[in-house]
Structure formats: structure tokens, C-alpha cells
Design a protein around this ligand. Structure first.
Ligand code: UD1
Length: 423
């Protein structure tokens, strides 16, 4: 398994491009199942996860034209040849569960493995299934599989989510697009990726309004037509590099980043002592000599501070002056990076959903282990700050969500190299 070796303690200077959003791309790809005509996605991130989704779609009969390294992907589901997503394909990546709704809407039935738990928590799909039931689907869970059927088609429904779920909002939207009548989603998630999905579906002839607010209305249509859509910039990748620049110091332009999607992070970065400005080409982060101050972090659904940036921000707080309290409100087990950061000399104590980070003057390089996608990249940030060499083992987690990380950081002067070897 590959590892990353980072020689830290030098500032980042330069500019790096932000890729298309992984979390958006995965749902946009699933949307292709709704269309008999081709869906062309541009600004597609080349990642292990998006490539994996492409393979699942191919196994369902979708023609995928996506040459290696290209950012244009053409998906054509002229017909659907299978409605079964097996355990091995869903277990590896949870977002593959999102083919259930489109298959149900297009074909009237689907059998999709339950995604099961993952490192950061149980992550059930009960809200997804309740939404489909409200739309008239019969659902049984048998042998770890969700078997869903709506042989006379899905019907529009009024769905009130008991709490905010990004996945359930997107999944219900995908299914409702071809349902008979109007669907109203209340207490919907407001993440920018939901707006992106609606923009793409509307370009294909769907009638969705209110995406990006807590009430989304979907007026069902009989079919969708061909569409072309540019995947939104990845706010989590942009936020990660913004935090990296704040941590290492220097001056970095994040090309294509959207400041409007990063409000909660930008506010905290400024309070912590970094300069953040929106520019016509992206977002610039500067910290030249100023010290970092501890600030508290509370993860919330959008527009609150994203859970997907919590680990990275904690890495920043390890070298800030004072004590920072980090509260994780979305997932129950998302502090696996804390002991790894402590191996680098950080002082973090975890109690339940709260981590107390006491800033230390500096970190020192060590061997650490990546545990999940965002946790891994928090170790990269810590490695950029630490004196000496940091080796991050099991970087396959990083490859799931960060495109050309070494190259992008290298453009800004970071010394990050990949070595192949055992974990
Ligand atoms: C998505 C993102 C993930 C991000 C998360 C929160 C993708 C591929 N993943 O995950 O990176 O961290 O949003 O911003 O887009 N829940 C239930 N029942 C359900 C659904 C969710 O109990 O049916 C719970 C989850 O366990 C979690 C919370 O609701 O505690 C929020 O999860 P959700 O917003 O659904 O996250 P995902 O869509 O899985």
C-alpha cells in the first residue's frame, strides 16, 4: 500500500486548481440512470470513488465513456440491463446506494445491498427508505439487501425529514423527478451539492425548485432529455487546502474555489488569524508571520461548519495559541485522527462528541496511519506543519477523495512524495 512522505515546516506559496466536487459528482452520475439520453458531465474529478461509481453504473447497463485522466465523462443509460447492486459494490462506497432511487423511478424495482456501517459511524439509510415508501414503494429488507418495488410507478409525496440528511435529500430528489405528481421535501439539506444536482436535473428537463433551501419542490415529469453539466467546485477540497495554507503559512490562491460555499470556514479561519479573500479566479489564503489563535468549532449541516472539514481544522488548532473545543454533531465516531495527531506532538483529549485541543508551539514528524478520507488529509496538514519527516501509511483513503494531492501541494512548494510499500 502506498504511503506519503512529507517534509514539513515550510510555507506554501503559489496557486493550485480545485477539482469538481466528489460528493456532487457521485449523485450526478447516479442521475444518468434516470435518462434514456446521454448525460455529459464536465469538471469530473478523477478519483477512486468516481471511477468506482462508473464501474457500478456499467454493471447496470450504462455506457460510460470516460478516458483515463479526462475530466469529461459521458454516461448513457439507453436501457437498464440490471437492477441489482451487489454487496461488494455497495460495501466499498456508500454513495453507490444512491442508484436505488433512480432505478426504482426508471424501472420500477431495484435490489441494492444495504451499505452497512463505516469507520465514522453507523450511518443508517432509514430516511432514504421512508421517503421511497412515502412515494408508494414497497420495501423489504432481506439478507442484507433492500428490495424495493413500485411497479405502477412512484407517486409524488409530502416528506418531512425528522433531521437533516444530505444523502436522503438527494436520493429523494432523484426518485421524485420521474414520479407522478408533486413531491415536497421539508427539512431538506441545503448543501451546495444539492443545488448542483437540481441544476443538472433541471437542465435535463426536471422541474425542481427550492434546492439549497430547506423546502424543495419537485414536479414529476415523464422523462428526461440529454444534458451537459459542469460539476461544482469541491468545497471540501478547497477548504482543506485553505486550512493547509493557514497552517503552514504563506500565500495560496485556490483557483476555481467558491467563497460563497465556504462561509463558515472562512469566518473561523479569519478569527484564527489567517487572511481570506475572494478573488475573481478563486479564493486567496494568506498568513505571513501572524500567529494562530484557538477558536471553537461546532459541526452543523450547511451553512454551518462542515463535518468533512472537522479533522483538517483540528490539525490547524493543534498549533494555535490557546485551547480549542471541537464538537462533532453529525457523526458519532469521527475523531480517529486525534490519536494520530497526538503522535505528531499534538495535545488533544477526546470525550464523547467533544475534543479539547491545547495548542502546542510545534509538531514533530512521525509515522502515522490514515483511517478515513478526511482524517487522512488532516494528517497531511499536520505533516506540512511538523518539523522533520512525517510518513502517512494507508493513503488509499486519500485517493478516494483528493485528486493529484501531491502534485497540487507540490505546485505551492510543499515537499510531499508518494512511496509504494506495505502499510
Ligand atoms: C454526505 C457526504 C459526507 C458528509 C455528510 C454530512 C456524500 C457522498 N457524503 O454523507 O461526506 O460528511 O453528507 O455532510 O455526499 N442518517 C440517518 N438515517 C439516514 C440518513 C442519515 O440516521 O437515513 C444520519 C447519519 O448517520 C448521520 C446524519 O444522519 O449521522 C447525517 O448524514 P447524511 O447527511 O445523510 O450524510 P451522507 O449523505 O451519508
Amino acid at each position: 500500500m502506498d504511503k506519503l512522505v512529507i517534509t514539513g515546516a515550510s510555507p506554501l506559496e503559489g496557486s493550485l486548481p480545485i477539482s469538481g466536487a466528489k460528493n456532487s459528482a457521485l449523485k450526478l452520475m447516479a442521475a444518468a440512470l434516470l435518462m434514456e439520453e446521454p448525460l455529459v458531465l464536465t469538471n469530473m474529478p478523477n478519483l477512486a470513488d468516481t471511477r468506482f461509481m462508473a464501474r457500478l453504473l456499467q454493471s447496470l447497463g450504462v455506457t460510460v465513456e470516460w478516458p483515463t485522466g479526462e475530466s469529461l465523462c459521458r454516461l448513457h443509460a439507453a436501457s437498464v440491463s440490471s437492477t441489482i447492486a451487489p454487496y461488494d459494490l455497495v460495501r466499498k462506497m456508500r454513495a453507490t446506494f444512491n442508484v436505488l432511487g433512480p432505478l426504482l423511478a426508471r424501472v420500477g424495482h431495484a435490489t441494492v445491498s444495504l451499505p452497512g456501517g463505516c469507520a465514522i459511524g453507523a450511518r443508517p439509510v432509514d430516511l432514504h427508505l421512508k421517503a421511497f415508501e412515502a412515494m408508494g414503494a414497497d420495501i423489504v429488507i432481506e439478507d442484507g439487501y433492500v428490495k424495493a418495488a413500485a411497479l405502477r410507478g412512484l407517486k409524488g409525496a409530502h416528506i418531512q425529514f425528522p433531521f437533516v440528511s444530505v444523502g436522503a435529500t438527494e436520493h429523494a430528489m432523484l426518485a421524485a423527478v420521474l414520479a407522478d405528481g408533486e413531491t415536497v421535501l421539508e427539512n431538506a439539506a441545503c448543501e451546495p451539492e444539492i443545488g448542483d444536482l437540481a441544476t443538472c436535473l433541471n437542465a435535463a428537463g426536471a422541474r425542481i425548485s427550492g434546492a439549497g433551501t430547506s423546502v424543495v419542490r419537485i414536479d414529476g415529469v415523464r422523462s428526461l432529455r440529454a444534458a451537459r453539466h459542469d460539476v461544482i467546485a469541491d468545497r471540501i477540497e478547497a477548504g482543506t487546502y485553505a486550512i493547509a495554507a493557514a497552517a503552514a503559512g504563506g500565500d495560496v490562491l485556490l483557483q476555481g474555489a467558491r467563497a460563497q460555499d465556504l462561509g463558515a470556514l472562512i469566518e473561523l479561519l479569519r478569527r484564527a488569524g489567517a487572511g481570506v479573500e475572494a478573488e475573481p479566479g478563486g479564493v486567496r489564503i494568506r498568513r505571513n508571520g501572524q500567529g494562530l489563535q484557538a477558536v471553537d468549532v461546532d459541526t452543523r449541516p450547511y451553512p454551518g461548519f462542515p463535518t468533512d472539514l472537522q479533522a483538517q481544522f483540528m490539525a490547524l488548532m493543534t498549533v494555535a495559541g490557546g485551547v480549542s473545543v471541537v464538537r462533532e454533531n453529525i457523526f458519532e465516531n469521527r475523531f480517529m485522527h486525534a490519536p494520530e495527531l497526538n503522535r505528531l506532538g499534538a495535545d488533544i483529549t477526546v470525550r464523547g462528541a467533544e475534543a479539547t485541543v491545547r495548542g502546542v508551539p510545534s509538531l514533530r514528524g512521525a509515522q502515522v496511519m490514515a483511517t478515513d478520507l478526511r482524517a487522512s488529509v488532516s494528517l497531511v496538514i499536520a505533516g506540512l506543519v511538523a518539523e522533520g519527516e512525517t510518513t502517512i501509511n494507508r493513503v488509499y483513503h486519500l485517493d478516494r477523495g483528493f485528486e493529484r494531492l501531491e502534485e497540487k501541494l507540490g505546485r505551492c512548494g510543499a515537499q510531499v512524495r508518494r512511496e509504494s510499500g506495505s502499510a
